[in-house]
Each structure stands twice: as C-alpha cells, then as structure tokens.
Write a protein that binds this ligand. Structure first.
Ligand SMILES: Nc1ncnc2c1ncn2[C@@H]1O[C@H](COP(=O)(O)OP(=O)(O)OP(=O)(O)O)[C@@H](O)[C@H]1O
Ligand SMILES: [Mg+2]
Length: 342
C-alpha cells in the first residue's frame, strides 16, 4: 500500500464514523511510516492517536465530578504546564561546541543506543542530564539534538510557569508531568530549571520549597532507566546541591571561542552560497565577535547577509551573494553595546 492508499482509507472510515477501522488504518500508517523511515511523522501520529484514545468520544456533556470529568480537568491542567511536544531533525552536526561537550554528548547518546547491552551486564544507564551555561549557547538546541539523534518525542516543560502559576501545587504538577511523559516514553525537557529557586522567594510557607525539592528528588530516583530527563539552566548556582548531585551528567555550554565562531559561520553560510567580500578583514571581524553568544553571532550574521543582498540591489535572484564585512562588524559592535547596557 502507498501513502495515498492509507489517506483514502482514513478519509473513508473517518467520514463513515467507523472509529474502529479508522484506528486500525491509522495504526497501519504508523507502522508503514516507521518502516519507510519517516520516524518523526510516525511518532507524532502515534501521540495523536494515544491522546484521542484517552479522551472520550463525545466530550461535550460530562457529569460534574464524574471520573471522566476529573480526567478532563487533569488533561487540561497538564496541557497548560507543557509548553510543547516536539520531534526533531537536529543532529550533532548542527551544534558547535568544545571537544569535551561533544564527547560527553556522544557518550550519552551511545549509552541510549546500547541499552540492551548495558542491561545485560546490569550496568546503570545515565538518564538525567543537566545542561548549563550562558544564554544563547546551545542548551535548548542540544536538547533538540538529543531528541533528533535518539528519534524520541520530547515534552518541553517550562518550570518557570509551573512554579509561578500554581504555587502550592507545584509538587503535584511536577509529579503529573513526570507520570504523563514516562507513560508515553517521551524525553522530559525541563527548561529554566533554576526557577525552582523562586519558590523560596514567592512562598510565605517555608515548607513549600522543601516539599518541591523532595518531590523532585523522589521523582528523579524513581525515574525508569529508559526514560530520559534533560534540565537546562543559565543559573546553575541557584540550584539546590542535593538536586545537582542527582544528575548523571553535567554539560557546560560556554561562549564560543574564535575557532567555534568560525565553525558557526560555516554552518550558517549554507553550502557556500554566501561568501565574505574581504577574506582578511573577516578574520578581524571574528575577533570582534568574541565575547558574544552563538545566538548573537548568528543573529547579526544573518542580518548582515540580508542587508548585503539588499545593498547589491537588482531584482534578479543571485546564485551566490557576498556578505559586506563592514555591515556585520557594525552589527556586532551594536550588539555588544546593547548587551553592556542591559
Ligand atoms: N552551540 C551552538 N551551535 C550552533 N548554534 C547555536 C549554538 N548555540 C546557539 N545557537 C543558535 O542560537 C539559537 C538559540 O540557542 P539556544 O536556544 O540553544 O540557547 P540556550 O542556551 O538555550 O539559551 P537560553 O539560556 O536563553 O535558553 C539556536 O537555535 C541556534 O540557532
Ligand atoms: Mg534555552
């Protein structure tokens, strides 16, 4: 059967309201997509099927206080706490980093690709990883790389929202997220992990912080070995020591060095379609970029690429384009000045 045959079947059963056959056809499509290496699509479809199965067929009228009603409230609350569910095509080659960081990530991925072997010898699997370092240096990107390399769905949780929106219920919320994510074999990505520290500032109840930390400690300890947890922070010193110790791997993301800036430029210049107008001065410009984050370097470079193209004028679309080094340099200087002000 081809993809189109599946679509035709799905359309027919959907329009005929034949839920059972529709589900069969959808599950077949998941299998077919996995076999034809369209893994991300298969994961997304699988998750949609699972979610709809959980939700009752006619959600319009439910009895208040009934189990279905509670389930619906639970589902609604859970989706408020989760920012997004993503699949990813990012690979290690999309991330520029130090050799050490790359090696750590590589080992981590290797472990998860060799779970069977490690299990056979009763070796523990590292499954809790902390990414830390300044803003714009690749923590979120690294989490996408892990999801992409391992071909897993990732649930992105913003701890900032969990903590501030429902203070007092933080522990319950965190437990709920963990349960849902492990049930679906998703990677849990907790961004802004340092916002746990805020509980201390917001709450009048001094026991609250302890409760939250204890819940997280327990959840960490009981996390199944095949489940993966990634946390990210740019304020690692805000995190409780007991929590820090629970991570199996600690990866630092730093501001780029000159060499790393060059690698980022190569990555951004897209197959040589763009070139600098002056070779020598561009190295000088790279020196100007040192001190900025990967994000700032890339952002200014992309702006320079666009502005240089506009400057060259003409209405025809060029095959290749030159980057005006002076434009990039002034953008870098501007960016640095803006950051100094903040
Ligand atoms: N190490 C890197 N290699 C390649 N690109 C990078 C790197 N770091 C950042 N970038 C670029 O900058 C963008 C933003 O980076 P990212 O979101 O990963 O930063 P972050 O460390 O999570 O920052 P924050 O602490 O503000 O959340 C990325 O999507 C990517 O385009
Ligand atoms: Mg981030």
């Amino acid at each position: 059967m081809s993809q189109f045959d599946f679509i035709k079947e799905i359309a027919r059963y959907g329009l005929e309201n034949d839920r059972e056959k529709l589900l069969d056809a959808l599950n077949e499509l998941v299998k077919y997509s996995k076999n034809t290496k369209k893994l991300n699509f298969a994961l997304q479809l699988q998750s949609i099927i699972k979610e709809t199965i959980r939700i009752p067929q006619s959600p319009s009228i439910v009895k208040a206080g009934s189990p279905i009603h509670h389930q619906q409230i639970d589902d609604k609350e859970l989706s408020d706490l989760i920012i997004e569910k993503v699949t990813s095509d990012y690979r290690l080659s999309n991330l520029v980093s130090s050799e050490k960081t790359k090696e750590q990530l590589n080992y981590f991925l290797q472990e998860h690709n060799s779970i069977e072997m490690l299990r056979k010898f009763d070796l523990p699997i590292s499954n809790k990883i902390l990414l830390h370092g300044p803003s714009g240096c690749g923590k979120t990107l690294a989490s996408y790389v892990i999801a992409g390399e391992l071909k897993k769905m990732m649930v992105v949780v913003n701890l900032g929202a969990v903590v501030s929106a429902k203070l007092g219920e933080t522990s319950k919320n965190i437990a709920k997220i963990f349960r849902a994510a492990t049930a679906e074999d998703c990677i849990i990505f907790i961004d802004e992990f340092d916002s746990l520290g805020k509980v201390r500032d917001y709450s009048q109840d001094h026991g609250e912080m302890k409760r939250v930390v204890n819940t997280i400690l327990q959840l960490f300890d009981y996390l199944p070995q095949t489940s993966l947890l990634i946390a990210a922070t740019n304020q690692v010193d805000m995190i409780d020591d007991a929590l820090l110790r629970r991570f199996d791997i600690n990866i630092n993301f730093d501001l780029p060095t000159e060499e790393q800036i060059k690698q980022l430029i190569d990555l951004t210049l897209k197959n040589g379609q763009f070139k600098f107008d002056k070779k020598i001065s561009s190295t000088k410009v790279i020196k100007e970029a040192v001190g900025l984050s990967y994000y700032s370097v890339q952002k200014t470079l992309i702006t320079a690429m666009k502005r240089s193209m506009f400057l060259q004028g003409g209405k025809h679309i060029p095959l290749t384009s030159q980057i005006n080094t002076e434009i990039w340099k002034s953008l870098l200087i501007e960016e640095k000045a803006a950051l100094r002000k903040n």
